[in-house]
Design a protein around this ligand. Sequence first.
Ligand code: ZN
Length: 276
Amino acid sequence: MFNREKPYPGIFITLMCLLFMAVTGCSTSTTPQEYADNPIAQRETLTQISTIGAILDGVYDGVVTFGTLGQYGDFGIGTFEGLDGEMVGFEGSFYQLKADGIAYPVSDCMETPFACVTFFDADHQKTLPEGIDYEQLQQSLDELLPTENIFYAIRIDGTFSYMKTRSVPGQEKPYPPLVEVTKNQPTFEFEEVEGTIAGFRCPAYVSTVNVPGYHLHFLTKDKDAGGHVLNFTVREAVVYIDYTSEFLMILPGEGSDFYELDLTQSKQEDLEKAEK
Ligand SMILES: [Zn+2]
């Protein structure tokens, strides 16, 4: 791809990188090196960036890069700097499901203000009955799980006779609260679509820091579309569950708007409106 006759290919490549960073707004200087140098991730840990309360209050500045996030897990969901779409990741690749309905690959230097990741190892799997919807899936999984009091990473591979997702449009400062953004959220419907659902079931007691219950995102098999799951009907699918009993939170650093928030109140109503 590079012209080998250029006298200083190293400089050329460096300039191309700088140009790329300028165009994409990425800078490696914002990578929290202390995290990168200290990969404490365990395979049974759900690692979370920031809190859902911060997102509800419109704190959408990036906290860690996806390069760093990948050290804490190869599987997960979240969003992007400026709330620019829904994130879904599995098998070590992260995707950005933007408000135009298209899935984009995610580069290591992009940043996330909120994400949950783990290293996915299935502890349990089950073939799902044809015809069940999201509500019925939640009931049937709840009966299957050994306790409601730990975290579960959930992956579903299959074909869905119906799938409805949403995404969120990127925001400019001053950032509005999440409920304002989701009032005008674009939704997407698919029929007979093959793909992967990834996400988590969190215990009820995390309600101020994460989404209690199920929070799932979808990516088509062609990796070209998807979003935050609102509903679906299973045609043919298998669910894989990773029991996860360790929990790590990485909070925004000094200087972040996070430091100024009043997070003493529960925002359960806003959360219901924004996520369901
Ligand atoms: Zn979501």
